[in-house]
Design a protein around this ligand. Structure first.
Ligand code: BGC
Length: 906
């Protein structure tokens, strides 16, 4: 067994790569801007270019590169008419700015790249990649917002909020000849599903997604060349409220007070003879609300009546003479129409292994064994005219019935009315639910329920897995699973707090604590960058720099909170560290500065008086009930700490962007705040001046570097005291939890961190696992087998914040982290613990796959590290403090293996 007192005798086996000569393989994995591969409808006419070097014996790094960009494939590589970077001596292989001719809407662009290796030998040219721009300006749109006035039906739903009947819209048109190419540009106020000649044109879900619709609506581009033919054609759109016109937007004026949904689409066709034809949404479209989807709400569910299905409504053969005329609205300049800058939501995973938990003639309950987000697919026998009711819940009550109190006002129920006897198949289209259990009632009672009746279609924004983590410990692996499911379940177009109750909102505090862990696990550069644009747009409505609680801001209450609004500084910083993309810092620098200005405007002697949710949901709060949710670290403390931290980060960002004056200015500001902070909240002995000592008070002060060095050392001791007093349990809420591992790690208290992490009792990470959790919970005590559910209805079983420990699992348990932004330099530094015999993590860095994997067998510690080309790494072998020289290795690309004999002290 390993203890601190052990020492290591070191024997190292390096698998070094030889620098043999030969052909240099071409660069691979070419991407555009935030990781796009050959996109169409691309949003950015000034993209950046990235590539990876091949894994090859003769490539360790890049000495130079050349990018060529042309308007046609045939011009490459020798006649690049848009841009030739020429040979640039540079090791940079990520995020190279395009510096060629101006690009415009619809333009098709082709590019390729080659590099010179460390010996200055040129590689072959990469394969030719391409992109095509979307419609970049409102003036590109000839189409009109089109739809039926559904507001006038005055249908009232939950809490008397106006509901809109989903509408079916269509337009038939003739094409005189065959087609060479066709693009469909489309978006909606609401959410849409579009068909051409009876075919669904994509598997996208709930498009166009959620932005501050009063500022910007995202547009989609589809290549529909193969769906059109000469002769009669038809375009058809199903349209529902979604976020724009649903009660999730709470009817705020900014969202046009529940205005009726509308579609905007422009189908641009090039015919064989070279002629072009454009079909636009306008008043010539026809529409009906007498279709099968009767009602649809993100919170409340969907109602589907198969008796009202309209055969062939989406084909050219359909007669729509009896349908209503549509109403139109012209495209206004004030709301920008911009191509979607991240991926759409899709069905990403299917849970097929349902289990029947209980069944009576009336109702059958299925367990999908994983708390998830999306919709069910039901395949169920029914009797004509009967209504199938589909209910959801995340967990069951002790009597086997559904626990739905935590959905609060979200009805989250789907209905299906059968038009005939027999097996029906149904998947709701315009809603989503957070659930693990499904209850069906209203099926054909003569048939014995079967577990294949339901499947769970997991939906979230489409992004790839970026990293993996696993270990020899079952509960640690379950924690990793719960973290990644918590992420999948809360990244549906925007980062949400929860996916099931009547919130599902872009809470900024939750997002800022989870973003590093999210980026370890998933490729999310574009996702977070897109959300930050919404944040900038929202902040621009507040002259004083306020960043509201949630983005998009449907609360509209003119309030901000410390630890929440700071997402505007912290998330760009996290993205930069994960990717090395400076653009994200440039784009968000002004926003970050204004946010610090907001604190300044609300401060007296550097102590801000703004609202704070504080260390949200800290365990064992002194006060009970809802006020207890805020924890015991006071608002003024949290405000001042975050004010300092944001100022400090702004100074660091300014340094990276070469803004020397700002770097100095914000550094001074940070120091002034830190001084005021220490004077107000700490005594000379590093003790936090408050009767109620909290772990988070010490964690914030230490991690944000707010104390003089001597005070800090003393404060660290007091922190350890608070942990000891909690019997080595964590005592932290949303803000303290993510930094607990980092602070203890910096203090060298690794074993203590492991002790806290491996605690089985409340409050701890494994506690929820012991109670059956398959996702991260909102509260440390959302449920217990002994006492049941937390009595508060604010009790989501799918909230990602406490999953922020995932970052430390990658960085220190497996031992893989970025030492320089974007992994240009990597750190391999695992800290094994006696509870583990192995751990491993891998990450798809911008340079390629990096990994760290270790195991202990017969007292020998084996480490294997993979370092991708064009990076270097520091490899720290455990117990480096014993013998610094032999324990830290500086390496370049390659695969390295180490064996360290563990010997016990006598
Ligand atoms: C949300 C959070 C959020 C919090 C703010 C809750 O209702 O679900 O996760 O950060 O409010 O205090």
């Amino acid at each position: 067994m390993m203890r601190k007192s052990l020492f290591f005798s070191l024997s190292v086996f390096l698998v070094m790569l030889s620098c043999s000569q030969g052909n240099i393989q071409k660069p691979k994995e070419l991407t555009l801007s935030e990781g796009f591969k050959n996109p169409i409808g691309f949003y950015n006419p000034k993209p950046t270019f990235s590539w990876q070097l091949p894994i090859s014996e003769n490539v360790t790094s890049q000495a130079a590169y050349q990018i060529v960009v042309a308007s046609s494939k045939d011009l490459l590589p020798d006649n690049a008419d848009l841009w030739d970077s020429e040979k640039q001596k540079s090791a940079q292989s990520t995020f190279i700015n395009y510096k060629g001719k101006a690009l415009k809407s619809r333009q098709k662009v082709f590019w390729q790249v080659r590099f010179w290796n460390q010996d200055n030998n040129a590689s072959a040219w990469s394969s030719v990649n391409h992109f095509e721009l979307g419609l970049l300006n409102n003036s590109d749109w000839k189409a009109k917002w089109t739809g039926l006035d559904t507001a006038k039906d005055s249908i009232k739903g939950v809490r008397k909020f106006l509901m809109h009947r989903p509408q079916y819209l269509r337009k038939a048109f003739d094409l005189p000849s065959e087609i060479t190419s066709a693009r469909l540009y489309i978006t909606s106020k609401g959410v849409f599903d579009v068909h051409l000649n009876g075919k669904d044109i994509s598997d996208d879900v709930l498009t166009p997604g959620w932005t501050p619709y009063n500022k910007r609506i995202e547009t989609l581009t589809y290549d529909v060349t193969d769906l059109l033919a000469s002769g009669k054609n038809a375009i058809a759109v199903a349209l529902a409220s979604g976020w724009h016109s649903g009660r999730i937007s709470r009817g705020k004026a900014v969202y046009e007070n529940f205005a009726s949904p509308k579609v905007l689409c422009q189908l641009e066709i090039t015919l064989k003879d070279g002629a072009t034809k454009t079909i636009i949404s306008d008043e010539t479209w026809k529409g009906t609300t007498n279709g099968p989807i009767r009602l649809a709400s993100l919170y409340d569910g969907e109602e589907y009546d198969a008796n009202l299905e309209i055969p062939n409504w989406n084909t050219a053969n359909f007669k729509d003479a009896s349908w209503k005329n549509t109403e139109i609205e012209v495209v206004a300049d004030s709301v920008k129409l911009e191509p979607k800058r991240h991926t759409t939501v899709k069905e990403m995973v299917v849970l097929e292994d349902a289990e029947i938990v209980s069944a009576t003639e009336k109702a059958v309950v299925f367990n999908l064994k994983q708390n998830m987000v999306g919709v069910p697919k039901v395949t169920v026998p029914m009797k004509k005219g009967d209504t199938l009711t589909i209910r959801f819940s995340e967990m069951l009550l002790s009597d086997g019935t559904f626990y739905t109190k935590n959905y609060r006002s979200a009805k989250s129920t789907d209905y299906y009315i059968a038009a005939k006897d027999g097996v029906i198949e149904y998947t709701p289209k315009f809603t989503f639910h957070g659930f693990q259990f499904i209850e069906l009632s209203g099926f054909d009672a003569a048939v014995k329920p079967n577990s294949t009746w339901v499947k769970g279609l997991v939906q979230h924004s489409e992004f790839d897995v970026n990293g993996t983590f696993s270990s020899s410990h079952e509960k640690l692996n379950q924690l990793q699973s719960n973290i990644t499911w918590g992420l999948r379940d809360n990244l549906l177009d925007i980062p949400t707090d929860c996916p099931q109750r009547d919130e599902r909102l872009g809470w900024t505090g939750d997002a800022q604590v989870i973003s590093p862990t999210a980026m370890y696990n998933f490729k999310m550069h574009a996702f977070w960058s897109a959300w930050l644009q919404s944040m900038r747009e929202t902040q621009s409505e507040h002259e004083n720099g306020l960043v509201p609680f949630i983005i998009p801001d449907v609360l509209q209450n003119n309030r901000a909170s410390s630890g929440w609004g700071d997402a505007c500084v912290i998330v760009p910083w996290d993205i930069y560290n994960a990717t090395g993309d400076k653009r994200v810092l440039e784009e968000n620098f002004e926003m970050a500065k204004k946010w610090v200005g907001y604190y300044q405007s609300k401060s007296k002697n550097y102590i801000p008086t703004i609202h704070s949710f504080r260390d949200w949901l800290q365990p064992y709060p002194t006060k009970g009930g809802k006020m207890g949710n805020r924890g015991d670290t006071p608002g003024s403390f949290v405000n001042t700490a975050y004010f300092a931290h944001s100022a400090h980060l702004v100074s660091k960002i300014a340094g990276i962007l070469g803004k020397v004056d700002d770097e100095k200015k914000y550094k001074n500001l940070y120091k002034e705040i830190a001084l005021a902070f220490e004077n107000k909240f700490f005594d000379k002995n590093g003790k936090y001046q408050n009767k109620k000592q909290t772990q988070t008070a010490y964690l914030l002060a230490i991690y944000f570097d707010l104390l003089q060095p001597e005070t800090k050392v003393k404060a660290q001791k007091h922190l350890l005291e608070t942990i000891k007093n909690a019997d080595y349990h964590l005592g932290t809420g949303f803000l303290g939890t993510p930094i607990l591992p980092k602070v203890l790690d910096d203090m060298g208290e690794i074993e203590l961190m492991y002790k806290i992490l491996f605690k089985e009792t409340y409050p701890s990470w494994f506690y929820s696992i012991n109670q059956g959790a398959t996702t991260m919970w909102e509260r440390w005590n959302s449920f217990s087998k002994a006492d049941g559910y937390n009595p508060q209805s604010m009790n989501s079983l799918n909230h990602y914040a406490y999953g922020a420990v995932g970052q430390w699992m990658y960085e220190r348990i497996a031992g893989l982290s970025a030492l320089e932004p974007g992994y240009k330099k990597i750190r391999i530094a695992p800290v094994p613990s006696k509870q583990l015999t192995s751990a491993e993590a891998s990450i798809n860095t911008p340079y390629g796959k990096a990994s760290s994997s270790w195991k202990i067998e017969n007292d020998i510690f084996y480490l294997e590290a993979i370092i991708p080309p064009n990076t270097t790494a520091e490899i720290h072998l455990p117990n480096a403090s014993k013998d610094k020289n032999s324990a830290v290795k500086m390496v370049s690309a390659g695969t390295y293996k180490f064996e360290i004999k563990l010997e016990f002290d006598k």
